[in-house]
Design a protein around this ligand. Sequence first.
Ligand code: HEM
Length: 527
Amino acid sequence: MTMAGEWRQKYGPVVGFFLGPRTAVAICGPREVLEVLRREEFQIRPDGDFFRERSFGKKLGIFFSDGPFWVEQRRFTLRHLRDFGFGKKSMEGFILDEVEDILLHMKDLKVMQLLQALKQEEKVLRRNFCISMPTLIENDDQFIRSVVFSGEATFHLFGKVNRHNLRILGVGKSAYIPKWNLIIGLMCAVLPRGDTLNIFKVTGLFTVSALNVLWGMIAGIRYERNDERLQDLLKRLTEVFRAGNPTGPLTNIFPILKWIAPGLLGHTKTMDTLKSLQEFFRQSIREHHKSLDENNPRDLTDVYLKEMKRQYDNPDSTFTEEGLITICLDMFAAGGEATTSTLGFCLLYMVVYPEVQKKVQKELDAVVGRDRRPTLEDRAKLPYVEAVLTELLRVCSVAPTTPPHSVNRDTYVNGHFIPKDSMVLVNLYSLFQDKEHWGDPEVFRPERFLDADGKFVKDEWMIPFGVGKRVCVGEVLLRSVAFLFFTSIVQEFWLSVPEGDPKPSTLPLSGFTIAPAPFRVKVTKRA
Ligand code: HEM
C-alpha cells in the first residue's frame, strides 16, 4: 500500500501535515480529489525556492506558474502548437514517421550497433591514413551489408544468403599493411531473418521518438537517435526525475540545505542538468532568431519570438526569452519522461501478460489486417485496444500525484480547514486503486473497461492527466502516441521474455513520475 493509502486508512481522505515551516495537505480520497481539482481556489501552484531557481528566479513557463501569467502563456502555447499540428490530423503524420523509425530500430538494434562500430572504425582510419572510405551498402532486399576496401579503391561485396539462415556475422576489422601502404578489410553485417529479430533492454527506448513528435512543432527539430549531446541530456534528466518527488527537492522546503549540503542532496547535479538544458534551448532560440521570417513562422519558437517583438515596448509583456526557455523545459521534461515510461510499460505488460497481447493482435488482425499500419481513425473500432491502454494508464499510474497545487484563500474540503498558501498534494492514485470502485484494483484486467457487448466504457474516475483548468497539456498527444506506437509494434512483432530470463517485475521505479524498471524483451517476427 502506498503512503497516501495508509494515511487515508488511518486519518481519512484529507490529511494535514508540515513540510518544514510550510503547511501541507494531502488529498487522498477519490471524491475529494475530483472536487479539489475542479475548485477555482486550488488552481495555483505553490511558490518554492526550487520552482523559481529552475526558471531564472521567477515563476515562468506553464508547469509551476499561475495567475494571469499562466493563463496567457498556457493559452498562447496551446493555440500556436495547434497551428503547427498539435492535436490535429497532421500530428499523426509526425507520429507515424517516428513509429516507422522505432520499428526499424527494434528489428535492427544489433545492426545499428554494428554500423556504429563501423563508423568508429572509419573515423580511426580517416584520422590515421587520410583515405577515402567506403560507403556502407544497405541492401535491404538481400539483407546483407558488406564492404571490402583496399587503399583508395573500394570494392563492394554482395552476397545472397539463404533467407532462413541469416545471422549477424559481426564486423570484420581492417588491417594496415605497411609494406604496401595498403589497408584492407572486410566489414560485414548480416541481418537475421529467422525467428528472433532482437533482444534488448527497454530503457529510454522511446524518449527520442516522443520528443521528436513534440519538438517538430516547438522548434522544427528532429533529433537523431544517436545524437550524443541529446542522449547525455536525457540521461541526466531521467536521473533528476528518478531522484525527485512531487513536492520538489528538499531544498524547496529548507533552502538553506543547498548551501550546507548541495552535493549530498543532489542539488548541484539537478541544477547542472537544468542549466545544460536551458543552454540547449537558448542555442536553438538563437538559431531561430537568425533565420526568423515573421511572415512565415515555422514553429512555436518563431511565433513566440514574433510575439516578443510585437510586445517589445509593453512593460507588462509576459513574453521573454527566459519564459520561452522555461516553456521548452516544461514540455521537454514532461513530454520526454512521461511518454517514454508509458510506452515502456506497454511493452512490459505485453511481455508479462501474453494472453492480453494475443487478444490485441486478434483484434488488430480483424479490424486493420496486416497490410497497413493502424491509424487514429481505427481507434474507435478497436475497443479491446482502448481498454488495454486505459487499464495500463490505471495500473501503471505514471503520475500518481499531480505536481503540487496551492490554494489562494482559506477554505474547507470535506469539513477540514485548509489555510491559504498550503501546499496541496493531490493523489490521483487513490482513484485508480479504490477497492470499492474497481473490486480488484491490483489486478491488470482490461475487460473492466468493456461492457457485455465488448464495447469500450469510459469511467469518470480515470483521470490520469488530471481534470479542470490545469489538466495536462499533453493528453491528446500522449493518447495518440501511445495508441499508434503500441498498436504498430504489437501488430508487427511478438514480444516475450528472452529464454533464460526471469519474468520481469511490474514493480515500478519511483520518482517525480513512475517508470518501469529496466527489463529485456525478445522481439520476434509474428508468424
Ligand atoms: C502518460 C503521460 C502523461 C501523464 C500521465 C501526464 C499527467 C499530467 C498530470 C497529472 C498533470 C497535472 C495536472 C494538475 O496539476 O492538476 C500534468 C500537467 C502537465 N503536463 Fe502532463 N502528463 C503526461 C504527458 C505529458 C506530455 C506528453 C506533455 C507535453 C506535451 C505534458 C505536459 C504537461 C504540462 C505542460 C503540464 C502542466 C499544466 C499546467 O500546470 O497548466 N504532459 N500532466
